[in-house]
Design a binder for this molecule. Sequence first.
Ligand code: GLA
Length: 544
Amino acid sequence: MRTLLRPIVAVLLAAMTLIAPPWVAAAAPDVTGTWVARMNSPLGEIEFVFRLNSDANGHLGGSVNSLFGDAPILEGRINGDDIEFSIDMDLFGNIQRRTIKGRIAGDELQIESAGLLPTPPPGMAIPGGPGPGGPGPGAGPPPFVPGTLTARRGTPTPSYRAGPVDYEALPKVELPALKALPSNKLARTPPMGWNSWNKFRTHIDDKTVRGIADALVESGLRDAGYLYVNIDDGWQGTRDGNGVLQPNPNFPDMKALADYVHSKGLKLGIYSSPGPRTCGGFEGSYGHEETDARTWAKWGIDYLKYDWCSASRLWKDEDMRAVYQRMGEAIRATGRHMVYSLCQYGRAGVESWGPLVGGNLWRTTFDIFDNWPSMTRNVSAQEALAGSAAPGRWNDPDMLEIGNGGMTTTEYRTHFSLWAIAAAPLIAGNDVRALDADTRDILLNKEVIAVNQDRLGKQGRRVMQQGDIDIWLRNLSGRAYALAVVNRGNAEVEVNIKWADLTLPANLRARDLWLHRDLGRLAEGYPGRVPAHGVVLLRLTAGK
Ligand code: GLA
């Protein structure tokens, strides 16, 4: 009997371990802790940090943090070895709900990356967006390739990104009643300088910023007008017991850095967000606006870029004006002059209220990327806004990519010419410590800079399109004009521009600002050739 029962009991026991009855349900695996995964992408290596908490019932919470910001985990579940959760991905103020699936495999989490990567809206030339794809001049950016990420328990690379935010539990920030702040009298011409983001992303530190300041002086860029040295996202650490935001260890002493930059005859800029997190997932200014403005004033900051980002988890577009006014007032209250750069990607008709919140410039588009479709798209979006620009108030199609390697020298000349015509801020975005001859010639072309900095402060417009040729025209002081003939096509084009077609007077004196050559008096127009993706930039003068 015993010998007969033994195999039956053994089978029953084995079955019970396979099909556990509900009253002895196996506890869900505990994934609480920090998990890190890395992925190669067209934007370089991206690190994803999953800060997870789970319980025996299979609830999963926490956050996902990456170059695309910090997103709380929503509706997270663990079912056996399967995990599933949602996030609200914030892409330039567009919130996209994503579902992400993964699996627990031993001491790894296998996570499908598709839901973690941004899907840009149509017309946005960023990786993952539409476009021909592939590297090379004129091509669109290569797309992200989704796959399976392997996350392991570990410590994130010290980027000093902040931890998760409980958005529901945040104390409410009171928004001010709308009013018009008087002008701060800064930025009478479009601001010029340098910013860390386009080249260094969040890998930025004190030593690099000092090196950039030195290079701006040595290269002659400072003397050509590039004054502001702007630290973008990635300088922030945590708040101390009094709520004062400290820089992270990459910036041991901000006051000393500001003193150094000032000693070089330059000015220092900084970056934050009205939300609790910046776009890169660092500590933002939400609820600490006055304290942060005071901290920056104490350090000697001269320029603030204030980037919407996680604010879209708390406010609507119609709140933007009040949100930006809140910081505008906080800056004023410090008594220190700071150029105020709004960055909310042109939403909510910012060009109409930007100056009223104390803004000196406002982004009008999504981020620029170092490729021709992105650059041309950003500047084309300026046309409709031309009437809003004036001394002290500028449309900002984003920072320069010149020298970063994604476009040809010809394309970079077009980039610089168009930013000059569009009275756009000239904020270099490359490593100016290592300038090659072409980049130097472009960024230091004083005749083109003079167009950009013309004291009338009138933004130019695209006045004509013919086939692949676009003609941009800007009114300059002293009865002069800047005229850019841009070839959007892939082959050289012969042009014969007639002054009369552009309602310009006859007999204009012309100077070619790239050849640095006077062309004499041109009675009826300009005949010439424009290379593929190239530009002819002329300064035209009427009268004697
Ligand atoms: C946004 C801005 C960029 C840059 C990054 C920093 O994407 O548009 O210019 O400041 O955030 O995270």
